[in-house]
Each structure stands twice: as structure tokens, then as C-alpha cells.
Design a protein around this ligand. Structure first.
Ligand code: ZN
Ligand code: ZN
Ligand code: FE
Length: 761
């Protein structure tokens, strides 16, 4: 007889891992014990060498679907003469942070119970088990057990209790376990009339939706606004009431077959759609499908997702058509989560409310992902992923809160060798968003039991996240440059500390010279960076106004490329712009008045896209860039010419030759797709050329691709293809390339900075 001590690190708590180990031990004839430990679970196993080897092999090869094993460490220990295998109750010491997993999509076993007329959970919207159900969004405190969740007020009936106590049952220690006899219940309320309608809530909601009404549906991390995705009228009504002009809506479909009807999908995309995290996946919509064009005007991208709670499954089946399911809020306010809040805030938007009496502890929006250059890229990391930890390569010297950026904000809490992103907060533009940020930071600090001693924030003094950081007196502040943080975030994900050559392309971010950066080649380590190259800046006449009125940026681009004499008469884009407006913009540039220069690659996308597509305005961030990316499909023309100005420090990519060539193409009536392909080709080739030039006198370094521009599939693929033969290319895997991903990098940099300064203690 022999013994092994086995440490399993990763997300293995709250996902049925211990009972799974228990059953595996019983099957392989191994005795011992399993319990939760600070960074995962700890197993002590005793048996013959053969049985132990069998046990270990299966432990390493298999795991419950929702577990994420990071590593398994095995050390021999003496035999203790045990004859049974047991699950030891958690000692709460130390294991707090990891004990709360992300919310998990309904598993197949629970789904079939819900649709089985003979099952006691038939049509029960709150069915779950250890493999599925709410987790993070119902957690009030630690350790994660029922008493510390919003399920505390529901007392389990004897049947549920038996399941909960039976180690052989798949509901053993399933904290949110419930059934129609003892658990939460649904309720349909009509807004603008008294009392509930006299029908079954689900059937009533489905009937409303089929009639073209808007129903607010309480989900896992907040309310959705639902309406019939095949009805142009319903969607127009929703846009009007929600004050959202053109930004695409996500659509929930019943299953993979229904998704196939609406979008073209690769096997990778199907797998992503069907993953337990159930993100919204951006797919190529099939033309002339049943989805109303109003869902995603002017982009072939369609955001689809599958039901992830029994309520969604039941509702989708009852309605029998795809549903728009969009976060319930007005404009940039945070997603609505409480029943009273919904009655108040959604009164002017929804016709009915499909409510339930299980409270949502933490707002958590849906996540958004896309397959790019053969790998999934997270565009928004929230429900299904939060609070899954990142294991850092080396422990931080002090606990850190990193406050993130201004747009698409997320924050990060890190201590020891683990870092956690909070949920997607959104653009910190409103009082409501800032309140959500503060509420989420506080709640995450509690459930992770991390008291930050260091607060990292962006260099930009105007960001609300920066102001929040500076107002907190209980910790040391460290300001972090935006693009350095983007690069460090990739390094952290890959367990690296640098040095690396970071290619950080985005719309904007304050540089350490106070100007707007965003086309940066940075030699980075965790602690510091050197700016080696950038893009020739473009003036932004009117500052932020130019983000929406993109024709202004096009004008500035032409002004620069044609030495102050832009040929706007030959370009259709300017046909619809009043002459007086053009004159004002021209003067702003000529006199350098309210026309700050920006290096962001995103601005080049806007400027070229607007010119070639003839679209003067962008109604939401990235609208033109997305259309511009897709326009290039099927074109493979020679890249536009460009220059690299090595006389400057840092050296500059100069796209004036590309601008002049693009104008020639436009005047000659070339299709926008060809212009887009040549533009993307020029950006990719310029990037690769600069990377090679910078590597000339250096030991080869890994190249990091990051920043919101790398949400662009074509550019990412072209750069990656050309660099990966020569260099190791590091991209994001579990962190968004855009500003939703920078908080992790901020945390790493702040820690390294304090370490370098000898201020760790
Ligand atoms: Zn289940
Ligand atoms: Zn029950
Ligand atoms: Fe950025």
C-alpha cells in the first residue's frame, strides 16, 4: 500500500469536483479524503500502486465539464491504513477566493428534466445541479454555501434535501438546488395595468412576445429586454424606447440547429456558442434569413447565443422563434437587476415583466466572443467567466485593485498569485455606471476577501476610474500608461514578465507625453516600457466630436496627405456636409485650434472607412471599423504604399502615400472592398516592416498583439501570418484585446513598479 498527496489547482470548487473525485476513488478502489484547499482541492489517496496509478491517470485525463484544472501536483506520502474514501467539509480558512465559480449554463441532464412531463421539475425554471446553475450572481459572501447566497431564504423540501445530502446524487451540495415545491417562482406583471394576467406566467410572456410586445425577463446577472427577432415593428419599438439607434442587438435561439439556420458557422464557432460560458458569439449572418434587418443594420455580423438557464430554454420553446435579448437599461446605464428597480426603470420600455423571487446579488452582463484567426477572442468578458481566476507567474508583493479604463470598463483585484476580473461595467459616462463600478468593487473585495493596499489606475486624469482611484485614501496609488497596460495584460495571461515587443493598436489612450497614443510599438517588461515606434498622428478637429463625426478625421487625413489642399470636391463623402462645417474644420486644423493630434490606428480605420464607404457619421464606437473590416471580404489586392520615417524618435509609420492612392481609387470608382483590402494590407505590411526593423539589433523577442484594433479579424490574421514564421506571437486568450482587458496589465505593472522601487513591504 502507498499514498499520494495530490494538489489540484484551478476552478474546481462549486462545480461538483469533490463528489466527482469521490466517485472516481470508489470506482478505482482508492481510499483517502478530498477537501477544498486555498488554490483548488487537496486529495490524499491510499491504495496499491496499480490502483493509485489508475486513479491518477483518470484524474488527469478527465474532469467535470465546468471545472478548469490549471495543474495537478503529486507527492508521495506514507500510507495511513484508511479503508474508505470521504469528502471532508471545507475549512473556510484560505479557500475563500476560489470557492465561487462563474455561473454555469444549464447542463443536458437538467435540461431534459425540465422538458420531461413525468419529472418533478417539469417546466421548472430554476432547475440546477452541481454541473450547472447560478453561482457568482447569487453569491453574497464567503464561503460559497447556500446561507451566503440569495437562495438562503428558500428552505429545501425533504426531496431536495435528500439529493443535496446524497454523495451519489448529481445535486450533492448543489447550493442553489430547488424544485417547484420549495424554490423560487415566476411571476408575470403587466406594466401600465393592475395585477397579473390570469394565465401561466411563461405562457403569458410567450403570448406577449408573439404579439410583438417587449417583455423584460429576469435572468442570471440582470434583466434582458426581449422581443420577437423576426418582427421589424417590435425591434423598431424597442430601439425607440431604449434610445438605441443602430447598435446591433444580440439574438437568443433555442439550440444549435436554430443557430445554423441564421448564421454560417465553423466547428470552432459552434463549440464556442455551445460552451458552458454561453457567450454571445459574433457570427456571419445568412442573408435573407428570418431575422429582421433592424436587428443589426449595416453589418453582416450577427450576435447569437443559446439559452443558459431553464427559464430561457422554456421561454424560447414556448415562443417558437428567435428572440432579441438585450441588456435591460436605457443608453449607458448599468443593467437592471432588482424587481423594484425593473418596475421603475423599465416602466417606459417594457410592456410586461417576467419576474422571479430569487435575488440577483451581482449585476453581470452577457459576455461577447468571436473566433478570429482560428482562436476565440473575448470582446466582453463577464457572465460565465467572472470570477474565474488568472494564475500569475509570481506572487504579487501586495494586494492590488486595478481600476481599468474609461470605456468598456472592467476592474481587476489581485492578491498572491491570483488575479480576478470583475464583471463588465461598461462606459463610465454616467452616474449610474460609476455607482455600479463602486458597488461591484466593494462586493468583489468581500467575496474574494481581498483588501487592496495598492490601487493602479490609468494615466488619464479625466477618467472616472482614475478619479475613483485617487479619491481612495486607503491605498498607495500607481498611474499606469494605457498601452503598456494592454501589453502587460497579454504577458500576464501567458505567465510572462517580458521583455517583449508590444504592438498596441487602439483608438486612444494617454501617453506619458500627455498626447493621445494608439499606434504603439513598445519594448515592454512588466515594470517599464520604451516607445520605439508609432503612427504619424492625425488631427481630431473638435476632439471627441470627431469620434462620431468621422468625416472630420477624413478631412484631417486628406489635409495632411495633400499638403493643406484636400481634394474634397472629388469625394462623395463631403457631398452631404454643409460647406460652412467643412470651413470650420479646415480652420481648426490650419490654426491648430481644438484639433489635438492622435496616434490611434482606430482613427485611420474611421478616416479611410468613412471616405471609401461614403459614411460621414458613426452612431456607436467601432461602427465604421466593423463595416470596413467586412467590406474587404473576397478582395485580395496589392497593399497601398506607405513610408516609414526613421528620422523621427520614435520612428513613424506614414500613411500619406496610402491616403493619396486611396483617393485615386475612389475617384476611379474602385469598389470599397478593394480599397479596404489594400488599406488592411498596408497596415499589416507596415506593422510587420516596423517589427522587423526594431528587431534588427536585438535578440529576437516575442511580439505581443493587443488593443481594440485587434478585434479586427482581417488585420489580426494578416499580421499574425506574416510574423509567426519569424517570431513568437502572443495574443490574448481569455482577456479582451480592447479596454475591457487592461486592468490585469495595470495590476502587474503596479506590482512590478513597487518591486523595482523596493516598496513591497
Ligand atoms: Zn444541471
Ligand atoms: Zn424542493
Ligand atoms: Fe485601449
Amino acid at each position: 500500500m502507498a499514498g499520494r498527496r495530490i494538489e489540484v489547482r484551478g476552478t474546481v470548487q462549486g462545480v461538483g469536483y469533490r463528489p466527482w473525485v469521490y466517485r472516481l476513488a470508489r470506482r478505482t478502489g482508492v481510499a483517502g479524503r478530498v477537501r477544498n484547499a486555498p488554490s483548488g482541492v487537496l486529495i490524499e489517496a491510499f491504495g496499491t500502486e496499480t490502483d493509485l496509478n489508475e486513479f491518477l491517470m483518470r484524474l488527469q485525463e478527465d474532469a467535470p465539464a465546468s471545472a478548469r484544472v490549471v495543474d495537478v501536483r503529486v507527492t508521495p506520502i506514507p500510507d495511513e491504513g484508511m479503508t474508505e474514501f470521504g469528502i471532508e467539509s471545507s475549512d473556510s480558512a484560505g479557500s475563500k477566493a476560489l470557492s465561487i465559480p462563474p455561473d454555469l449554463a444549464t447542463c443536458p441532464a437538467c435540461e431534459s428534466e425540465v422538458f420531461d412531463p413525468n419529472d418533478r421539475r417539469y417546466r421548472y425554471a430554476f432547475t440546477n445541479c452541481t454541473a450547472c446553475g447560478p453561482r457568482f450572481t447569487i453569491a453574497m459572501g464567503i464561503p460559497y454555501d447556500r446561507a451566503a447566497t440569495t437562495m438562503a431564504r428558500f428552505e429545501m423540501c425533504p426531496a431536495c434535501r435528500r439529493e443535496y445530502d446524497d454523495v451519489e446524487n448529481r445535486r450533492f451540495h448543489a447550493q442553489p438546488n430547488a424544485c417547484p415545491a420549495c424554490g423560487p417562482t415566476l411571476r408575470l406583471e403587466m406594466l401600465g395595468s393592475d395585477g397579473a394576467p390570469d394565465t401561466d406566467s411563461l405562457d403569458g410572456a410567450a403570448a406577449l412576445l408573439r404579439r410583438g410586445a417587449i417583455v423584460a425577463v429576469k435572468g442570471l446577472g440582470g434583466f434582458h429586454l426581449a422581443c420577437d427577432a423576426t418582427s421589424p415593428d417590435a425591434i423598431r419599438l424597442l430601439r425607440e424606447r431604449k434610445q438605441r439607434d443602430e447598435k446591433p442587438f444580440a439574438v437568443m435561439v433555442a439550440d444549435l440547429d436554430a443557430a445554423q439556420v441564421l448564421a454560417e458557422m465553423t466547428a470552432d464557432e459552434e463549440a464556442l456558442l455551445d460552451s458552458p460560458e454561453r457567450p454571445i458569439v459574433l457570427l456571419r449572418g445568412r442573408p435573407n434569413g428570418p431575422i429582421a434587418a433592424e436587428v443589426s443594420p449595416d453589418t453582416p455580423l450577427l450576435g447569437l447565443f443559446l439559452p443558459y438557464t431553464p427559464l430561457h430554454h422554456l421561454l424560447l420553446r414556448a415562443v417558437g422563434r428567435p428572440l432579441v435579448m438585450t441588456s435591460a437599461n436605457v443608453a449607458d446605464e448599468p443593467i437592471c437587476k432588482d424587481n423594484d428597480e425593473a418596475r421603475r426603470r423599465l416602466a417606459t420600455i417594457a410592456d410586461g415583466l417576467l419576474l422571479h423571487d430569487r435575488d440577483i446579488a451581482m449585476r453581470c452582463d452577457d459576455s461577447v466572443a468571436r473566433i478570429m484567426a482560428g482562436a476565440p477572442v473575448l470582446i466582453r468578458r463577464s457572465r460565465g467567466f467572472v470570477p474565474r481566476p488568472f494564475m500569475l507567474r509570481q506572487p504579487l508583493c501586495r494586494p492590488v485593485l486595478a481600476c481599468g479604463a474609461h470605456l468598456k470598463n472592467t476592474f481587476c483585484l489581485a492578491a498572491g498569485d491570483t488575479a480576478y476580473f470583475g464583471p463588465h461595467i461598461g462606459d463610465l459616462e454616467t452616474v449610474g455606471a460609476l455607482a455600479f463600478f463602486e458597488e461591484a468593487v466593494e462586493r468583489m473585495q468581500t467575496i474574494l476577501s481581498i483588501e487592496p493596499e495598492v490601487i493602479a489606475h490609468d494615466l488619464h486624469p479625466g477618467y472616472l476610474s482614475t478619479r475613483y482611484a485617487l479619491a481612495r485614501q486607503d491605498a498607495e496609488h500607481v498611474a499606469v500608461q494605457h498601452h503598456h497596460a494592454h501589453v502587460a495584460s497579454v504577458l500576464a495571461e501567458h505567465g510572462r514578465m517580458g521583455p517583449a515587443l508590444g504592438v498596441a493598436f487602439d483608438g486612444t489612450g494617454m501617453g506619458d507625453d500627455g498626447t493621445s497614443w494608439g499606434g504603439e510599438f513598445l519594448l515592454c517588461s512588466a515594470g517599464n516600457f520604451e516607445r520605439l515606434a508609432t503612427f504619424r498622428p492625425i488631427a481630431l478637429p473638435g476632439g471627441n466630436v470627431a469620434m462620431r463625426e468621422v468625416w472630420r478625421v477624413s478631412y484631417a487625413l486628406l489635409h495632411d496627405a495633400f499638403d493643406g489642399d484636400p481634394p474634397i470636391d472629388r469625394l462623395g463623402l463631403f457631398g452631404a456636409i454643409p460647406e460652412a462645417s467643412v470651413r470650420v474644420v479646415a480652420q481648426m486644423i490650419a490654426r491648430d485650434l481644438n484639433a489635438p493630434k492622435a496616434h490611434g490606428v482606430g482613427r485611420y480605420f474611421d478616416a479611410f472607412g468613412a471616405l471609401a464607404l461614403g459614411r460621414p457619421r458613426s452612431s456607436y464606437e467601432g461602427q465604421i471599423a466593423i463595416a470596413w473590416d467586412f467590406a474587404a471580404d473576397g478582395y485580395d489586392d496589392e497593399p497601398y504604399p506607405f513610408e516609414i520615417d526613421r528620422s523621427r524618435e520614435p520612428m513613424q509609420i506614414d500613411l500619406r502615400p496610402a491616403t493619396r492612392a486611396a483617393v485615386d481609387d475612389i475617384v476611379r470608382g474602385a469598389p470599397p472592398g478593394r480599397i479596404s483590402a489594400r488599406f488592411h494590407g498596408a497596415l499589416a505590411r507596415a506593422t510587420v516592416t516596423v517589427v522587423r526593423a526594431l528587431m534588427e539589433r536585438r535578440e529576437p523577442l516575442p511580439v505581443v498583439l493587443t488593443g481594440g484594433v485587434f478585434h479586427n479579424a482581417r488585420l489580426t490574421a494578416e499580421i499574425q501570418e506574416n510574423l509567426s514564421n519569424e517570431y513568437e506571437v502572443l495574443r490574448h486568450r481569455d482577456v479582451p484585446p480592447g479596454d475591457g482587458g487592461i486592468a490585469l496589465g495595470q495590476a502587474l505593472i503596479a506590482d512590478a513598479f513597487l518591486g523595482d522601487k523596493g516598496r513591497c513591504a
